[in-house]
Design a protein around this ligand. Structure first.
Ligand code: PHE
Length: 367
C-alpha cells in the first residue's frame, strides 16, 4: 500500500489531530490487509524502517518544520501513532492467517495425515537369509564376492578350461571391449556364485566352512521360471576327511530345515566341471508329499540344487596361493542353490517376474 506523507501547513491541535488520524486510518487499513509473513515484514519496514520508514519521515519532516510551541503537541501525537503501529505489528505477527489467506488455502487440514508404511524384507532377501541362517547354525561363516568377475574366477579356476563346451551351458553375459586382454583377465557378469569358492580359498587356508549368497547373471530369455538376473547361495566345506556322506547329511538336514522335517532327499548323478563326483539333489514334492502332482510332473520329486565333492583340479588352482589345499591331504564338498526357485516353492509364487516387478500389491503380502 502506497502511503504519502503530506506537508503540514497548520500546527494547531485540530490540524494535528486530523493529520495523525488520517495516518492512523491508513496504518490500520494496511494492517488489516496483511496476509502472510512477507506482507507483515513489508509493513514493519514501511512504517518502522530506521531510514525510510514512514514514522521516521514524519518525525523528520513534521517535527522539524513545527514551530517550537507546537513540538510538544506533535510529539505526543507522534508517540501515540507509533504505539498504534507497533501494536498493529504485534497483532499481525501473533495472529494466524487472515480470512483472505485462509480462503486461498488449498490444503484440507481435515484430511488424515500421510502414513509412513513400515518396510519389510523382500521375499528373496528373506529366503536368502533363511538359507544362510540354516548353515550359520551349523557353524558356517558368510562370504561375498564381486558380480563383475574375471574369466579366471568364473571359469578357468573352476576347471572350465578355455574353449571347454561346459562354458556354453552358462549363457554368459560378457563385458564389452575386453578382447585385447588375456582371456583369464576378461570381465564378465558372474554366471554363478562358485567363483567365490576360489576367492575364499585363496584368502584363507583350510579348514573352510562358508556360505556365499549373491546375485548372478545369465543370458536367459525371461519366462515364468527364468530371469536373466537371479540369486544363488553357494556352499563350500573343506577339511581333512570330508566325505560324500558329510555332503548328503548336511544337505538333507538343510532341506528339512527349509521345507519341513517330513521332506526326503535323493541324490542323482550329474556333472559340474568343479565337482567330482557331482550330483543333483531332489527333494520329495512338498505339494503332494511324493504321491505325484502337476507341480512335480507326477514324479513325486523336485530337483533343487547342484552339489558334489570339490574336484582335485580346483584344489590345485587354490594351492597356487594357499599350499594347504593339497588334494592329497584335504577334501571337501560344494553346493549351489537357486534362491528364487526356493522362494517360489515356499511361498507358492508361480511367476518369477513378480519378484522383480516392484508391484506393492504383490510385495505387500510379505510385509
Ligand atoms: N555353480 C553351479 C550352478 O550354477 C551350482 C553348483 C555349485 C554345483 C557348487 C555344484 C557345486 O549351476
Amino acid at each position: 500500500m502506497n502511503i504519502e506523507i503530506p506537508n503540514l501547513t497548520a500546527f494547531d491541535e485540530a490540524a494535528l489531530d486530523s493529520a495523525f488520524a488520517q495516518l492512523e486510518r491508513q496504518a490500520r487499513a494496511a494492517a488489516a490487509a496483511l496476509d502472510g509473513e512477507a506482507a507483515v515484514d513489508g509493513f514493519k519496514l514501511q512504517w518502522l524502517g530506521r531510514k525510510q520508514g514512514l514514522l521516521n519521515e514524519i518525525s523528520g519532516r513534521w517535527l522539524k518544520a513545527a514551530p517550537v510551541e507546537a513540538k510538544k503537541l506533535l510529539g505526543v501525537r507522534f508517540n501515540a501513532l507509533k504505539a498504534v503501529v507497533e501494536a498493529l505489528l504485534d497483532e499481525a505477527l501473533g495472529a494466524g492467517p487472515t480470512d483472505a489467506a485462509l480462503a486461498r488455502e488449498t490444503i484440507d487440514i481435515t484430511l488424515p495425515g500421510t502414513r509412513r508404511l513400515m518396510g519389510a524384507e523382500h521375499p528373496i532377501t528373506r529366503t536368502l537369509n533363511e538359507i544362510v541362517g540354516v548353515f550359520a547354525a551349523l557353524g558356517y561363516s558368510v562370504g561375498v564376492g564381486p558380480e563383475v568377475e574375471t574369466d579366471y574366477y568364473n571359469f578357468e579356476s573352476m576347471n572350465f578350461p578355455p574353449g571347454h563346451p561346459a562354458r556354453d551351458t552358462q549363457d554368459t553375459l560378457v563385458v564389452a571391449g575386453q578382447e585385447r586382454r588375456p582371456q583369464r583377465d576378461r570381465l564378465l557378469m558372474r554366471t554363478h556364485t562358485s567363483p567365490v569358492q576360489m576367492r575364499t580359498m585363496e584368502s584363507q587356508p583350510p579348514p573352510v566352512r562358508i556360505v556365499i549368497p549373491g546375485k548372478v547373471h545369465r543370458n536367459d530369455a525371461a519366462d515364468a521360471t527364468h530371469s536373466p538376473i537371479f540369486h544363488q547361495v553357494e556352499g563350500l566345506c573343506v577339511d581333512t576327511n570330508i566325505t560324500f556322506s558329510d555332503l548328503k547329511g548336511t544337505l538333507d538336514h538343510a532341506m528339512k530345515a527349509l521345507f519341513g522335517s517330513a521332506v526326503k532327499t535323493r541324490f542323482f548323478p550329474s556333472f559340474f566341471p568343479f565337482t567330482e563326483p557331482s550330483a543333483d539333489v531332489q527333494i520329495s514334492c512338498i505339494f503332494c508329499g511324493g504321491k505325484g502332482c502337476r507341480k512335480c510332473k507326477n514324479s513325486g520329486w523336485i530337483e533343487l540344487l547342484g552339489c558334489g565333492m570339490v574336484d582335485p583340479a580346483v584344489f590345485a588352482f587354490a594351492a597356487e596361493k594357499q599350499p594347504g589345499y593339497d588334494p592329497k591331504k584335504i577334501s571337501g564338498f560344494a553346493f549351489g542353490m537357486g534362491v528364487e526357485r526356493i522362494a517360489m516353492m515356499k511361498y507358492g509364487i508361480s511367476e518369477i517376474g513378480s519378484l522383480f516387478a516392484g508391484d506393492m500389491r504383490f510385495l505387500g503380502q510379505f510385509a
